[in-house]
Design a protein around this ligand. Structure first.
Ligand SMILES: [Zn+2]
Length: 495
């Protein structure tokens, strides 16, 4: 006997078997029970979420010999034929290949006649948005005055392309993308029925790869069973199906965390060579940073986190290396690059710029924390300690602002005179220059306004002068306080 693919074999035969569309199912069942079935429905949603399946189930429920009933028998001639898609009174039309006005005219001519043997003549038009304008107009006439024995069920992945005149004559149901966990449960059920051994992480990866579509996930499972020889294990699934994706992004993040921009760029290049699109790469990177932030904020069981148990543990480990503020900033950077990429499919430099920026995320230090690290020096002034308590916990950064990577990097030490040692924060948080001579405390309360622009700098110092400055204990203290490093030292321009 020919092999039937899982997606077909496990296509729901009654409403109870439908996965992840509870609201739609409940409403349709109620409508059938209350005899309030509309004459036209519009089912919207991405591919493989159950639109056609539910259209057929509705047809079955309406025409079952024991119906109309929300629980069609599945045994009568009408049920069986509808199930197999060869019932005379359930006409399935593919909008993509029957787009013309003539197709719709013949549909109209045909619709006038009573069903050959069932209660209703049911037209299921898939991908209805593909119809031409004249076809829509022809259809509209039938929709305005439908014969009592006719029902229309339209399905579309692109509801915006369906004219408003059609929308207004249909009851619309939006099918949601099915959550990964629900698909994974279903895959486990299918494996059990098929007597196939599968580990839950492998099924989770397959479910996630289905991206909300039960059908796509079942197709991948089919593939996995074939290539892995019947046992679905995580490692073999990743290898056989080329789904090493998640691993790639863990490694990219390792490079970014090590501030190794060159390595991150090389990995990006490798991804492109493997056929990953620029936008896809950024999407995955965005997902990864989001997962890190979720785990950081809400722990391993963070709601909305789409990951296997093993991945969760890895996210937790990796997120420990980043401050929450760094992750937030990273999300903004990648999101911005992704947004600017829209409509520019070849804009590789945008992604590269984002990676370079991500490899130099500023180290945020809370003012309170910074003063604590300073210890006895700050405590030397009682009023400073008192002030500190009132201050908002603003952020200081010792690194260059991420959008200005071309400027000289981190802590800037200005002028050999220790009285003028200054630390310039990133624009995200302002702190007044720390006067070394005044016990290293901020002169004013930090605020979150834009930082003042540093005084103009010029005249590089000689290396002897630089060495001397480097050895200055006050400079050492400031570097330690802000975990900074010296990138450039110049004499301040006389004002
Ligand atoms: Zn039946």
């Amino acid at each position: 006997m020919a092999y039937t693919v899982l997606a077909r074999r496990y296509r729901p035969q009654n409403f109870d078997e439908v996965i992840g569309q509870d609201a739609v199912v409940r409403t349709l069942r109620n409508a059938i029970s209350a005899d309030r079935v509309a004459h036209a429905y519009l089912f919207t949603g991405t591919r493989g979420v159950g639109k056609t399946t539910l259209a057929r189930l509705l047809a079955k429920a309406l025409n079952c010999e024991k119906g109309p009933t929300p629980d069609p028998c599945g045994k009568c001639d009408s049920c069986r034929r509808t199930q197999d898609g060869d019932d005379l009174d359930v006409i399935e039309i593919d909008g993509a290949s029957n787009t013309g006005v003539d197709d719709v005219r013949s549909l109209r001519a045909n619709a006038i006649y009573a069903p050959s043997r069932s209660r209703f003549k049911i037209y299921i038009i898939d991908e209805v948005h593909m119809l031409s304008n004249s076809a829509f107009n022809a259809l509209l006439k039938t929709l305005e005055e439908p014969p009592a024995h006719v029902k229309f069920i339209f399905a579309t992945t692109d509801p915006q392309k369906v004219p408003a005149t059609i929308h207004s004559r249909c009851q619309r149901f939006d099918f949601r993308s099915v959550p990964t966990l629900i698909i994974a449960d279903h895959l486990a059920h299918v494996c059990k029925m098929e007597k196939i051994k599968a580990d839950s992480d492998a099924l989770h990866v397959i479910a996630r790869e289905g991206r909300g579509s039960v059908r796509d996930a079942l197709t991948i499972l089919d593939q996995a069973i074939t290539v892995t020889g019947g046992e679905v294990r995580l490692a073999s699934v990743l290898e056989a199906l080329g789904l090493a994706g998640a691993e790639r992004y863990f490694l990219v993040l390792d490079a970014l965390q090590a501030r190794d921009a060159a390595k991150a760029l090389a990995m990006f290049d490798a991804a492109l060579n493997d056929g990953v699109e620029v936008g896809e790469f950024l999407d995955h990177l965005l997902d990864h940073f989001r997962s890190l932030l979720l785990v950081k904020l809400a722990g391993l069981e963070a709601p909305g986190l789409d990951a296997t148990a093993e991945e969760r543990a890895r996210f937790q480990k990796q997120s420990a290396a980043f401050a929450g503020d760094q992750l937030t900033l990273a999300l903004e950077l990648v999101g911005e690059a992704r947004y600017r990429l829209r409509g520019l499919p070849g804009a590789r430099p945008l992604a590269e710029l984002a990676l370079i920026q991500l490899a130099s995320l500023p180290d945020f230090v809370a003012i309170g924390e910074a003063l604590k690290r300073l210890g006895p020096v700050a405590a030397g002034s009682p009023s400073a300690a008192a002030d500190e308590k009132k201050k908002p916990d603003a952020l200081v950064s010792s690194a260059a602002p991420p959008h200005a990577v071309e400027t000289a990097g981190e802590t800037e030490i200005v002028d050999p005179g220790p009285e003028d040692v200054a630390v310039y924060p990133s624009p995200l948080g302002e702190v007044a220059p720390l006067g070394a001579g005044e016990g290293l405390r901020p002169k004013t309360a930090p605020t979150l306004t834009n930082a003042s622009v540093p005084a103009p700098l010029e005249k590089p110092m000689t290396s002897a002068e630089q060495d001397e400055l480097r050895r200055d204990p006050k400079v050492q203290k400031i570097l330690k306080l802000f975990d900074g490093r010296i990138v450039d030292m110049r004499r301040r321009q006389p004002s």
